[in-house]
Write a protein that binds this ligand. Structure first.
Ligand code: FRU
Length: 503
């Protein structure tokens, strides 16, 4: 009997370790996008740069590959590409699951959590109480805080949590906090169902409602979540960017991020226009927010999935990745200002071999497969056209899977087509072609495409149009073609093989 029990124990231990075995070489495993070793991840949380280290926290369920009681997972990096997973930072408690939020360095120790001259890192997050949720009180989401005095390694929850009670709004979450220097106070940007509510605080502990924005602005095809608010200098003027993620109701269905530009005076956000602008037109950049404490840089990272199918994607033993970090800027087109996003310069740490081509005329098809000899499928492709024209960049494999990134001149639209990209049958709406407007009005075009094992990110016209899509090919996309039905001339092309950074 004893032998049988030991045997059963060994078998189950073996199966257990099999299901969480990870070597970062599993099928579909991204090689330079952050993924947790095992189990479920969603939104990036509490991203903060501190003492030369980028801290990434994330919605994490350590016990399964599907969404469950939320923790804050933690990873650190010096370059935003080489990540080291750290112990879980925040666990659910009697007040609820730990939902999304932000982290700040409290330089002036306004919170009083600092000790011996050491400024605390303070995390501000939503406490989501599943018991109250069932009772339908509409008050099950409140905001709590925690602090760290050892540079983010360990966290102490504030004993007087929650610091912000719920006035009776069923969706009341995802606090993004920043210091507002002109009035020396903290501003919390909070998603409150169909609008954003701004709160202020002198100490991160007591919060006063200032104003709200958005009930009559932007897209409302779903609930508003994960907002962000930050200024960017543009032609000598400070422009405030209000990011509002929305689920569902994105431009190509499901979850997506919209933004508004305007003024913020410490109390009220006044938008230049109530019209939605989209941060990214692909289907896989959700809950995107910026790092705090990065000076004048605004670095955005999103969850590279979509609630429409996030719980079904065919990866094992983990689910979900983040987008690559993007540097945000502003550009005026036809007297209207738009946000631009381009890969952060740190992406260069992944560069290995590369080649350049000049003045390449493409009529029909240019086969780059031989020249790239890329067995890993990880690359960056940059090219410029003097005259915008139809093109499609085709990533393919021997099984005949194709992922196509292109531009349709007649419609003046970029697109990513993943209808034949490999495994798509896990959700009925996955195998689709996604489109995005070309915002630039320049005759010349510049295109950057970043490909990992299971994702492609398009940054067109220096980031005026961005698209992010995931896909699940049967084998590595080691073939590469550029096609054009109308004919194009590529002025300059650069192809760079990228290396894996997650191992
Ligand atoms: C967005 C979101 C947030 C919430 C979290 C829960 O993806 O729904 O609003 O805080 O995920 O995991």
């Amino acid at each position: 009997m004893k032998k049988i029990i030991i045997c059963l124990f060994l078998i189950s231990a073996f199966i257990g370790s099999q299901s969480v075995a990870q070597n970062f070489k599993e099928k579909y495993r991204p090689q330079f996008h952050f993924t947790p070793k095992a189990n479920w991840m969603n939104d990036p949380n509490g991203m903060v740069y501190h003492n030369g280290i980028y801290h990434l926290f994330y919605q994490y369920y350590p016990d399964d590959k599907i969404w469950g009681p939320m923790h804050w997972g933690h990873a650190t990096s010096k370059d935003m590409f080489t990540w080291k997973e750290q112990p879980i930072a925040l666990f659910p408690d009697s007040l609820g699951y730990i939902f999304s939020g932000s982290a700040v360095l409290d330089v002036n120790n306004t919170s009083g959590f600092g000790k011996d001259g050491k400024a605390p890192l303070v995390a501000i997050f939503t406490l989501h109480d599943p018991v109250q949720e069932k009772q339908n009180t509409g008050k099950h989401e409140t905001q709590g805080i925690a602090y760290s005095l050892d540079d983010g390694k360990t966290w102490m929850k504030y004993k007087a949590n929650p610091v912000l009670q719920n006035p009776g709004i069923s969706d009341f979450r995802d606090p993004k906090v920043r210091w507002f220097e002109p009035q020396k106070k903290w501003i919390m940007t909070l998603a409150t169902k169909d609008r954003i509510t701004f709160y202020s605080s002198p100490d991160l502990k007591s919060w006063t409602s200032e104003s709200n924005f958005g009930a009559d602005a932007g897209a409302h095809g779903g609930v508003w979540e994960c907002p962000d608010l930050f200024p960017i200098m543009h032609n000598g003027k400070q422009v405030w960017v209000l990011v509002v993620n929305i689920n569902p109701g994105g431009p190509n269905k499901g979850s997506a991020g919209q933004y508004f530009l305007g003024d913020f005076d410490g109390k009220t956000f006044t938008a230049y226009s109530k019209k939605t602008k989209w941060l990214d037109f692909g289907t896989d950049n959700y809950a995107a927010v910026t790092f705090s404490n990065t000076g004048n840089r605004n670095i955005l990272v999103g969850w590279m999935s979509n609630w429409q199918y996030a719980n079904q994607v065919p990866t094992d033993p983990w689910r979900s990745a983040n987008t690559i970090p993007r540097e945000l800027g502003l550009k005026t087109v036809n007297q209207e200002i738009f946000l631009t996003s381009i890969p952060v310069k740190e992406l260069d740490v992944l560069n290995t071999t590369s080649f350049d081509l000049k003045n390449v005329k493409i009529k029909d098809k240019l086969d780059l497969t031989e020249k790239t000899k890329n067995k890993t499928g990880l690359f960056r492709l940059d090219f410029d056209l003097k005259n915008a024209g139809d093109f499609s960049v085709v990533l393919a494999n021997k099984e005949g899977n194709e992922l196509i990134v292109g531009y349709d001149k007649k419609a003046n639209q970029y697109y990513i087509d993943r209808t034949k990209s490999g495994k798509t049958d896990f959700e009925k709406g996955f195998a689709e072609k996604h489109i995005a407007p070309r915002i630039s009005i320049d005759a010349n075009m510049s295109i950057s495409i970043i490909a990992d094992v299971a994702s492609v990110e398009l940054f067109a016209d220096n980031g005026l149009t961005a698209m992010t899509d995931i896909f699940f090919p049967e084998s590595i996309m080691s073939e590469l073609y550029i096609k054009s039905t109308t004919g194009i001339t590529i002025d300059k092309l650069k192809y760079t093989v990228l290396k894996a950074s997650m191992e």
